[in-house]
Design a protein around this ligand. Sequence first.
Ligand code: NOJ
Length: 533
Amino acid sequence: MAQMHKWWQTGVVYQIYPRSFMDSNGDGVGDLAGITQRLGYLEWLGIDAVWLSPVYPSPMADFGYDIANYTDIDPLFGTLNDFDALLHEAHRRNIKLIVDFVPNHTSDEHDWFVESRSSRESSKRDWYIWRDPAADGGPPNNWTSFFGGSAWQFDEGSGQYYLHMFDVKQPDLNWRNPEVRAAMYDVLRFWLDRGVDGFRVDVIWMMIKDAQFRDNPNRPGWKPGDPPYARQEGRYTENQPEVHDVIKEMRSLVDRYDERVFIGEIYLPVPQLMHYYGHSLDEVHLPFNFQFIELATWSASTIRACVDMYEKALPEGAWPNWVLGNHDRSRIASRIGKEQARIAHMLLLTLRGTPTWYYGDELGMQDAVVPPEMMHDPQGKDNPQHSRDPQRSPMQWNSQPGAGFTQPGVTSWLPLSQDYQHVNVQVEQDDEHSYLTLVKKLLSLRQSIPALTTGSYTSLDGVPDDCFVYIREQEGKRYLVALNCSGQEQQLHLDHARQGNVVLSTFLDRNDQVELTNFVLRANEGCLIEIDD
Ligand code: NOJ
């Protein structure tokens, strides 16, 4: 009997970075009403869920990841009424809405921190991580911030240091304190009661720090100019055993509501990542799988190795997931080039597991060129090369000035990518060979072919080194995905079946019958082939 799957297992997730999706009021920054206006596009495209990066009141030191109030909306983005309207309209169109939950740290302007910093005797002092200076007056230990420099900031008024694993304006909460947990669980309930379909939890694997505050080992070979977050191993600041209890508590709360999804942002090697499903699958539903984002080389053998290894490592009953891009890393089309990005999208949408991609990647958008004087991101403050601004440029809707993101004549908060006049929704909707047309077709095939969502996965040996080939199968229906990860034509001789029909080529120009014992993939071509039995 066919197993019943949840919406977040069969669906695809589309990440929106709200500042950059659609500006409805002409201030150069995207907002909630803008997203609501554009839901028709998302429905047309065929996505199932939107994950919204933070929209809560924030001084914007880290563009919303520094939250000053967890249960309201920043006026820049609108109001709670605008949020409700977005949620209502999304649901009317059968689109789920996942919100960002940022439990590791607040803004230093959050009332809790203002109170905590007011004196050592404050009732909220222990809500954050305060330590005395080291014997020499310096920081309590060697921990460094993801954005560079020490993770400790001295507070003159109370004579102690507070911990901030990110910006100095993002003090870390003390999750060992039960009052912090209770307050944050109220936040989860607030949004669940409002009707959101789940959470993506920011840096969930970092919420608990070593109780003894031991020094982290430095990463050998790190040198100034390398990414600041790679400077140390997070031995005592990340992946602490006690974090699993907190995650279980959160999950049991979320489980009291129907059909909500709980996703964790976790950058860890696959074996450790798997622990976040929980022993009894009682932690996160989907620990984000960032392997494609982190791949050092994009080649058939590295991709196959990471997919096979991940499939093998999955605990019994755990649901896989794949992420192609996000607001923290360079866009896929910039990382691997536009030709291979099409292959990457076919891969993402034909693998087993929930796919997540980043707004605009369905157009083949590339990182924008952002001159240093227009950069905002705190991660780029010591070294513009590590700024995340280029991948956060405004969505490209049309060829008009402002790209349909904002009104003509308005300066957007980040510059548009130079290619917006030909890489945009309007142009690509009218082009039967465009990247957008490819993604839309992939999504509709994924919806109509059960083997692609819930079928088994088997990768094939005996194919050219530059090709990654696998079969998705369900109830006797077999589909072959053949990806040419190189710029040269490849000849395949498969002995699994004799013939098949090309259902989709990444070039969108063939639907031929092929002899599987002898068929050709053009340079940078991927094909989805229905196997004749
Ligand atoms: C991860 C988020 O994705 C990133 O954008 C942010 O800077 C850090 N967490 C801190 O919240």
